[in-house]
Ligand binder design. Structure first.
Ligand code: URA
Length: 332
């Protein structure tokens, strides 16, 4: 049982709500103690697997946490976990039915994708420079201008298949910014990040530390859904990265949380995987700030889609949430 102390607030209702959210999250996450007791299985009511399909929440993952959280074509992806309305497993191949196969082969990865756990390869030391050295947005743009530039950008093949550009959600003035991997089917449909199954889990994780979309800002490394939820290619990531770096520079969060291995590799440009890098604070120097840039504190954590497939790692994610909570309260 976790005891919550909120010394900054005398509001008993707020403390109670926070405590409820923490307990709900622990139950959902399958963690019965933040101090190290073995994780429990997730609550059955949250997922009702179809016997003919493996349940990613209970089946050992074939993907490492370093790989794309999405699983890719033909495997269980973020939005193939379960349908909230029916509780049935949804086939990950279903969204591909309307895809033009000729177009798909044009946009298919030619290189090993990050989803295979490969290091983020660059040709010049900076992945932004892998594609172009001139920023693809007006130098003096604000957040709305950056959003317009992303929406007008035609060079990334992912856009061909996407219904919507998924830019961001939440409060750009918040002290904390979270960056995930790429939109899934639900995000593509609604044009908002993290609104599918893994988004619901992320919301629960954040609610346990009193963070929501009013006091956090959320985006992704990719602005368009990869077809069939396949892992993004290095090139697609490199095409989006200048926008992402500018995005971070414009929001200038006090804390940046990288959600999943793809975000960690793309933004921190480190060879080590998320298993090594998660749970510690890193200093991020954003190339889009130019010289004399301030550094931003960055915490890497597991992607909720990975946690749904790998419940054993939920306790570490819980510890990461507690680190974020402490860092936020230190900010005052
Ligand atoms: N997974 C992500 O990484 N981002 C989203 O927006 C949704 C699922």
């Amino acid at each position: 049982m976790v005891t919550y102390h909120n010394q900054d607030s005398n509001d008993a209702k707020a403390i109670l709500a926070q405590l409820r959210a923490a307990i709900a999250w622990q139950l959902h996450m399958g963690v019965n103690s933040c101090s190290g007791v073995a994780p429990l299985e997730p609550l059955p009511a949250l997922t009702t697997p179809n016997p003919s399909s493996p349940n990613p929440a209970t089946t050992p993952s074939t993907l490492s946490p370093e790989s794309s959280a999405r699983g890719g074509v033909g495997s269980h992806s973020d939005n193939s976990v379960s349908s909230p309305s029916t509780g049935q497993w949804v086939s990950p191949s279903e969204p591909q039915a309307s895809i033009d196969l000729a177009k798909l082969s044009e946009a298919s990865p030619k290189k090993t994708s990050l989803g295979q756990g490969a290091a983020f390869s660059t040709e010049s030391g900076s992945s932004s420079q892998m594609v172009k050295s001139t920023p693809p947005y007006p130098a003096d743009c604000d957040l709305a201008g950056l959003r317009d530039a992303v929406e007008a950008y035609e060079d990334c093949g992912l856009k061909t298949f996407a219904t919507n550009t998924v830019f961001a959600d939440g409060n750009p003035n918040a002290p904390i910014m979270l960056i995930g991997e790429a939109p899934g089917a639900e995000e593509d449909r609604l044009g908002k990040p993290f609104v599918g199954q893994s988004g619901q889990l992320l919301d629960k994780m954040l609610a346990s530390i009193a963070v929501d979309r009013q006091n956090a800002y959320i985006s992704n490394v990719l602005f368009w859904r990869p077809p069939g939820n396949r892992p993004p290619t290095d090139r697609e990531i490199a095409q989006c990265l200048p926008f992402v770096e500018k995005h971070i520079a414009l929001v200038a969060p006090k804390l940046l949380v990288l959600v999943g291995g793809i975000a960690v590799k793309a933004i921190l440009q480190r060879k080590e995987g998320i298993t090594r890098l998660r749970g510690q604070w890193h200093d991020y120097r954003n190339p889009a700030f130019g010289d004399n840039q301030p550094s931003i504190r960055v915490l890497a954590t597991y992607h909720p889609a990975f946690l749904m497939r790998s419940p054993a790692n939920k306790r570490e994610a819980w510890l990461d949430m507690l680190k974020i909570k402490v860092a936020l309260s230190d900010l005052g």
